[in-house]
Design a protein around this ligand. Structure first.
Ligand SMILES: *Cc1c(COP(=O)(O)O)cnc(C)c1O
Length: 377
């Protein structure tokens, strides 16, 4: 076997068919169309390969955070509708129209900016109105929605495709906030009926809403983390069975015996009480493997769980394998399955004191990504 210079022994393997399967299970559960959220490099899974697979699976719509992500998808030949969820930066509005991207209109000012750009280009902008029902992030407050809806309906240059809001606490199945936000949202939507205008697509549910609050499913759902087979929170209930799509794999590059009392890694924070066998794995916080997993993470080797010992370095970390054996080039699973054992993102994130989202999007481009089934580069 020839190994080329760019084949470092660490990689992310993404099972695209699992993502497509998760989309199917979500749509079956909600009985609505879905806007698959692929922002932040598709939660670390790879923007373009994931979007292509979702398009092939017949996804209704994609959602990204920023204009740049939408443009990257159009340049890659993605043709399904794409909504940019983030607040728009005025000078960029023309670019949305040039790339056939749907725009989040989150204030009267933004509505005017979009109208001006659309008029100047002689085209109609496809927009989704953003109502703030409890995030205080972007959007017109639900209690001020009447004038906003009226102005948007009256606009000659905007086609209102949707109206939406975002849930603040849906990860927690017991939070009273979700029902309150739904009520506020429906009151805002009712302004369309009041003025006799056609009701656009009403959408509210993120993964938490999909899992825990069927009343929030409305006309369209916006799954993000669930699409990738990961639950949003340790308190979440797995009411839809989704399968994790991402594995993080490396290999042993060094083996040694560490004598009792000899400290391991920066800060000399850990030493074995008895002589032990320690292997080195060539990935670190420079790849996005959280430094907070120092002394807290685990890996799988030969189907057994072993602890990360000492501090995680930028490019390497150490694992105590006790009296077991492991050889150079043996496979190390950092996330995923090995011989029936499983290491989940949810557990690693909890050990690191972060949320599963942060773990996934932290895995950066220094780690090559491989796809199943394989995709063209
Ligand atoms: C990121 C995002 C989502 C997806 O959230 P998940 O919790 O990952 O399902 C949905 N809607 C909006 C507006 C978002 O920004």
């Amino acid at each position: 076997m020839t190994i080329s210079v760019d084949q470092r022994p660490t990689r992310i393997v993404v099972d695209l068919d699992r993502i497509a399967g998760n989309l199917d299970r979500i749509r079956t559960h909600t009985g609505t169309p879905a806007m698959a959220i692929v922002k932040a490099n598709a939660y670390g899974h790879g923007l373009v390969p994931v979007a292509r697979r979702l398009q092939q699976a017949g996804v209704d719509q994609l959602g990204v955070a920023f204009l740049e992500e939408g443009v990257a998808l159009r340049r890659a030949g993605i043709t399904v509708p794409i909504l940019v969820l983030g607040g728009i930066f005025g000078p960029q509005v023309g670019q949305f129209l040039a790339h056939d991207l749907e725009i989040t209109v989150s204030s009267l000012d933004k509505l005017r900016q979009v109208e001006a750009a659309a008029e100047a280009m002689g085209t109609r902008a496809v927009v989704h109105l953003k109502v703030d029902t409890g995030m205080e992030r972007i959007g017109v407050h639900h209690y001020s929605a009447a004038a906003f809806v009226e102005a948007a309906v009256a606009s000659r240059w905007c086609e209102i495709k949707g109206i939406y809001s975002h849930l603040a606490c849906a990860d927690d199945p017991t939070s009273a906030m979700t029902a309150l936000q739904l009520e506020r949202f429906l009151e805002a939507c009712a302004h369309f009926d009041r003025i006799g205008a056609r009701m656009p697509l009403r959408h509210l549910a993120n993964s938490g809403g999909i899992l825990h609050a069927p009343a929030t499913h409305l006309d369209l759902v916006r799954p993000g983390i669930m699409l990738y087979g990961v639950l949003p929170d340790p308190a979440a209930r797995a009411t839809v069975e989704v399968a994790p799509a991402l594995s993080l794999v490396s290999r042993v590059v060094y083996f040694k015996v560490v004598r009792a009392g000899r400290t391991v890694s920066y800060g000399a924070t850990w030493a074995p009480t008895d002589d032990t066998r320690v292997v080195t794995v060539p990935i670190g916080y420079g790849d996005g493997y959280p430094r907070a997993l120092s002394g807290r993470g685990q890996v799988l080797i030969h189907g057994h769980l072993y602890p990360v010992v000492g501090r995680v370095c930028m490019d390497q970390f150490m694992v105590d394998i006790g009296h077991d054996s492991a050889f150079n080039e043996d496979e190390v699973i950092l996330v995923g399955e090995q011989r029936g054992a499983m290491l989940r993102v949810e557990a690693l994130a909890e050990a690191a004191g972060i949320i599963p989202y942060e773990f996934l999007v932290g895995l950066n481009d220094r780690i090559p990504r491989e796809y199943l089934p394989p995709v063209e580069a």
